[in-house]
Design a binder for this molecule. Structure first.
Ligand SMILES: [Zn+2]
Length: 289
């Protein structure tokens, strides 16, 4: 199939499927014309994790060298809750996160994106220390690895941590944010959390705040999603670019921002069984901006 896009000079792409093996995510990215991709490295909804064989890892690296995809990172599976109050879930989450780091290392991925977690009824402050403890343990047990963690900004649905930059910064401060810990900024989550990236003024303020509280240097990746939920709604639902409450103007702000040109960006918009036309269409819209 011919490539739909030629993306030059920036790292832009989509979350790609590993159905049939991890290397297939790179192939899907190539097919769409992505220069960056995100992937799961195991089934995202079960505790039992798959191993990546040496042959699978070799194939993955070979495809990375051969195609358009120049940058890849992973997203941790959804069951992980690094702020879990229950001891068993907390332990399982730490073990699973270590597995995520091990697989990322094997594939040469620089970081794994993970949501900070939900402390449920224990509350925000307790949760921040809980997540920091979890990450500290994960880093301790993977100390000889390069692959790190990118904490994702969230919509703050329910008791989810990560709605404010301050919450992420607090976790990073406690862990002692070394080079292995950074942030992934999700446009839909940030918007639903109350950061108005749609207006010029709100956009400027959002990044000023990000830089002051977290620091631009800690920005590792961006998830490009439009939002079904309104500004400050705390509703986490992704929409196609330009079709949601952020709209094309908001994504124009991002695409024109010279400070973000080197940051890898990926779509996590609905694919409806047709990654090629949906992701391709969304990427085209972004490039036109
Ligand atoms: Zn995201």
């Amino acid at each position: 199939m011919p490539r739909l896009l030629r993306i030059t000079g920036r790292l832009l792409g989509a979350h790609c499927s590993i159905a049939g093996g991890v290397a297939n995510a790179v192939e899907e990215g190539d097919r769409i014309g992505c220069t960056s991709i995100q992937l799961f490295t195991t089934s995202n909804r079960q505790w039992e994790q798959s191993e990546i064989s040496g042959a699978d890892a070799d194939e993955f690296r070979k495809r990375m060298k051969a195609g358009t995809v120049k940058f890849a990172f992973s997203h941790a599976m959804y069951l992980i809750n690094l702020a879990a109050p229950k001891a068993e879930i907390f332990r399982k989450s730490i073990d699973a996160m270590i597995g995520e780091i091990e697989r990322a290392e094997k594939l040469g991925l620089p970081f794994v994106v993970v949501h900070p977690g939900s402390p449920k009824e224990k509350g925000r402050d307790w949760g921040i220390f809980r997540v920091a403890e979890a990450i500290g343990r994960v880093f301790e047990r993977t100390a000889h690895f390069k692959a790190g963690i990118a904490l994702e900004t969230t919509a703050g649905q329910g008791s989810q941590l990560g709605r404010t930059f301050e919450e992420l910064a607090a976790v990073m401060d406690i862990v002692g944010a070394g080079p292995r810990l950074g942030v992934c900024f999700d446009t839909a989550h940030a918007f639903a959390a109350g950061y108005d990236i749609r207006s010029k003024d709100g956009y400027k303020k959002t990044w000023e705040e990000f830089d002051r509280v977290i620091g631009f240097k800690k920005l590792l990746a961006i998830h490009l999603n439009d939002s079904k939920g309104g500004l400050g709604s705390r509703i986490d639902r992704h929409e196609h670019i330009g079709k949601g409450k952020i709209g094309l103007q908001g994504f124009g702000n991002i695409m024109k921002d010279a400070r973000l040109k080197k940051i890898p960006m990926v779509l996590e918009t609905p694919k409806d069984d047709d990654a090629f036309s949906h992701d391709g269409g969304n990427l085209k819209k972004l490039l036109r901006l």
